[in-house]
Write a protein that binds this ligand. Structure first.
Ligand SMILES: N[C@@H](CCC(=O)N[C@@H](CS)C(=O)NCC(=O)O)C(=O)O
Length: 279
């Protein structure tokens, strides 16, 4: 992988890398924050993987959330992938909610998406293998994300319990099999068989979970996508029925934007630190 930019921030380093992804069969970029290693040059950090939402690249969270201050203080690295495969040879759509910038963190089974759209495998396997082989990070991982990325964090976290110490999400798409964003994307990527959609639906996965993991969710009450797209109540109802100790916090006045994420990212990083840094 090739370093394409580096900037000092809060005593650590914000970096951007480019690499040839075998899984996605295209060139990908991702961002990394590494806390300062001033005291101990051989120190390795646990990692929070951040999955962004529709229309984002690896730069939105890096530039808008202000996560580096607390990540630096706690000694947690951040790894921030892009939201889909990219490039002129990669299928795309005119809509902002399908194609490039809208990979939905799944493995597509339908044409024209199937050859490149394998974000599930990229996030679960290829990206951690790459960063753990090349950067001063450990295999203690947590996962978080926003909106489409919140859906990705919940689904990937719940489907791979041994892989992540803790899971969190901001304004996640909680029940994609029954909202317009999810129905459009899953029809295109996964086809007409709605049963195949269920393995990418956090509400279905939680209701079937055999293991309970630490999960924190933050949702703004003035989020413009709340009722139609995000449906946190569906996930809360499933959690109550299953006796799953889901921590869901509703915050008055906050919308869907990165201002909301910036307001509560410290709480999420401290939540993950409790699991990532325990001996
Ligand atoms: N562009 C879409 C909304 C897309 C959107 O809200 N994207 C969120 C994630 S779902 C985001 O993070 N946007 C980029 C940003 O705020 O930096 C619209 O106009 O309805």
């Amino acid at each position: 992988m090739k370093l394409i930019s580096e900037t000092k921030v809060f005593d650590g380093h914000q970096q951007r890398y480019e690499h040839a992804s075998e899984v996605l069969d295209c060139t990908m970029r991702f961002s990394v924050f590494l806390p300062s290693q001033a005291e101990n040059k051989s120190q390795k950090f646990p990692v929070l993987y951040w999955l962004s939402g529709l229309t984002c690249t690896d730069e939105n969270f890096s530039q808008k959330a202000g996560a580096q201050r607390m990540a630096s203080e706690l000694g947690i690295a951040l790894v921030i992938p892009d939201t889909s495969p990219r490039g002129d040879d990669v299928a795309d759509d005119e809509g902002y909610d399908l194609g490039q910038g809208a990979g939905f963190y799944l493995n597509a089974t339908q044409l024209p998406w199937k050859p490149h759209y394998r974000m599930y495998d990229y996030i679960v396997d290829e990206l951690p293998q790459l960063v753990e082989a090349n950067l001063p990070v450990t295999d203690r991982r947590a996962i978080s994300g926003h909106s489409m990325g919140g859906h990705g964090a919940l689904v990937i976290g719940m489907r791979n319990p041994g892989h992540y110490e803790s899971i969190s999400a901001f304004s996640p798409i909680c029940n994609p099999i029954s909202c317009p964003w999810g129905e459009k994307a899953f029809s295109a990527y996964l086809g007409a068989d709605r049963q195949s959609w269920e393995e990418y639906d956090a509400t279905v996965l939680l209701s079937r979970a055999t293991e309970q993991q630490p999960i924190l969710i933050s949702q703004g009450e003035d989020d413009e996508f709340l009722e139609q797209q995000l449906k946190p109540n569906a996930l809360e109802t499933a959690a109550e029925a299953a006796g799953y100790p889901l921590k869901m916090e509703h915050h008055a006045g906050y919308d869907h934007s990165y201002y909301f994420i910036a307001s509560f990212i410290e709480q999420h990083l401290r939540f993950h630190a409790d699991y990532l840094l325990k001996p």
